[in-house]
Design a protein around this ligand. Structure first.
Ligand SMILES: Nc1ncnc2c1ncn2[C@@H]1O[C@H](COP(=O)(O)OP(=O)(O)O)[C@@H](O)[C@H]1O
Ligand SMILES: [Mg+2]
Length: 457
């Protein structure tokens, strides 16, 4: 008898250890084979209670048939007198089978009459607690359906190495909360705003971008009005760097003339943008990195007023037309507020890529994400200072995500810029052939037509 007991205990201990080891050494298969089926069953079995608790059910009239009149119905409230009668029951929304994802599961739900996805978004936190998961995100791709995506643990706590970028102007800079890569693709979303307080991870993201772009046949230029502390170390791979107001004005002038020149080239070739030009005649794409955007708009004294107005107009022109002519903006800033002037607001409207790291003032968060979704704002304000690099990202597909950039040290970025220094086209090469001309309103109208937005694969 005691032998049996010992054996049973031994087997139990061995299987517990086996399970522990399995979970520890190959979590993906453990999750898929063992934990996910159990989770899926539990979710389905408890859905009525959870939906009821979160206020997602609706009262419906149902016919109730009972063979034993006088029996107390299951709700405990109605004493049944007749055999067939109408009672009100709570109906839960129909739930499809939960499907496993990399960091949790996803389940589609059919909305009950009168419900909208927003109702689910509002109780996402309640659902997350009921299911004991890190977060539940709500999306709706089809009318009448919502998809709830649950992530079991915060996948952004530890983020590993930066993968190599293989496509032109496309860089994987981090990971989204869903587990998919966080990609900055300038050909899909040409201009980006990257906001965040100091120490929130803005420069880290710019470093990741610089590392990703360095091996590619692109020109990078920097605007760094904080005396060049940020970008000077990356000068080997920068075709131009402006660190003073006068240099900024000159460089922006150059960029506008570059655009006018490319515009002329496109017009002669009958192309609407540089990607429609034959490969041999296509000019090199230019990525413009701006550190501390506010500095470009802040006035030290009255004498700078004209220069600031010029800067503001030129930057806006670049943002309006840059996409068609291969000039892309990546603007970082601590504070992006309307108090910086109408130029910033107009620029923001042109930047469809938005990244909001932890911010101190609500205005910057509102300015960066405000026109997207109030829930994105709430999420942005909840970013903790212990997790630099975490940001709310929007742009690529119209949705917003929580994401974290890969950790990239300045040294790593410096090494990359030195390694690929040979690929840096000189600014003279980039500008070759440009003959300055003014940009007329007619030019603007021609190339701002909606077709410009359609890039060729
Ligand atoms: N994705 C990340 N993962 C881990 N640490 C990060 C990440 N991003 C930034 N950090 C750390 O946070 C600190 C501040 O980052 P930084 O990019 O310099 O912020 P900012 O430019 O916004 O002031 C740095 O010491 C950096 O090491
Ligand atoms: Mg910084």
């Amino acid at each position: 008898m005691s032998d049996h007991l010992l054996l049973t205990l031994g087997v139990l201990a061995a299987s517990a250890a086996g399970l522990w080891a399995w979970r520890r050494w190959h979590y993906p298969s453990f999750w898929l084979c063992l934990r996910y089926p159990m989770t899926a069953i539990t979710i389905r079995l408890t859905w009525r209670k959870v939906a009821l608790g979160c206020g997602l059910t609706k009262k419906r009239q149902r016919f109730w048939f009972t063979t034993v009149p006088g029996l107390i119905s299951s709700t405990g409230l109605v004493r049944v007198k007749r055999r067939l009668q109408r009672v009100a029951v709570d109906t839960k929304p129909w739930m499809w089978l939960p499907m496993p994802t990399r960091h949790g599961w996803r389940v589609t739900i059919r909305l009950l009459e009168g419900q909208i996805p927003e109702d689910y978004a509002q109780v996402a936190e309640r659902l997350a607690h009921s299911w004991r998961v890190h977060a539940v995100r709500v999306s709706s791709k089809k009318r009448g359906r919502v998809t709830l995506a649950a992530t079991i643990r915060d996948p952004l706590v530890r983020i590993d190495q930066l993968p190599v970028s293989t496509e032109l102007l496309k860089v994987t800079v981090g990971r989204l909360e869903t587990g998919s890569p966080w990609v900055i693709d300038f050909r899909t979303v040409p201009h980006w705003l990257n906001a965040g307080a100091t120490q929130s991870g803005k420069s880290n993201l710019a470093n990741a971008l610089i590392i990703g772009l360095s091996p590619q046949p692109v020109a990078m230029v920097g605007f760094d009005l904080k005396g060049g502390v940020e970008f000077t170390p990356y000068e080997p791979r920068l075709s131009a760097l402006a660190t003073s107001r006068a240099e900024c004005v000159n460089l922006l002038d150059d960029l506008v003339s570059l655009m006018v020149d490319r515009m002329a080239a496109c017009r002669t070739a009958g192309a609407r943008n540089i990607w429609q030009l034959p490969d041999t005649r296509r000019p090199v794409p230019v990525v413009v990195l701006v550190d501390e955007l506010a500095e470009l708009y802040l006035m030290a004294d009255k004498s700078e007023k004209d220069e600031i107005a010029k800067t503001s107009t030129a930057l806006l022109r670049v943002a309006q037309l840059g996409r068609a002519f291969g000039i892309y903006l990546f603007c970082c800033g601590q504070r992006i507020g309307s108090d910086l002037g109408p130029g910033v607001t107009a620029l923001r409207a042109q930047c469809s890529g938005r990244i909001c790291h932890r911010v101190n003032d609500p205005e910057t968060a509102t300015m960066t994400l405000g026109d997207l979704d109030p829930a994105a704002l709430v999420s942005a304000r909840a970013i903790a200072s212990e997790t630099p690099g975490v940001a709310i990202v929007a742009g690529q597909d119209g949705q917003w995500y929580r994401a974290r950039s890969f950790y990239v040290s300045e040294q790593a970025a410096e090494v990359a810029t030195r390694t690929y220094a040979g690929l840096t086209p000189s600014w003279a090469e980039v500008m070759a052939g440009t003959h300055c001309a003014e940009l007329s309103d007619a030019d603007l109208a021609e190339f701002l037509a909606p077709e410009t937005a359609v890039l060729e694969g």
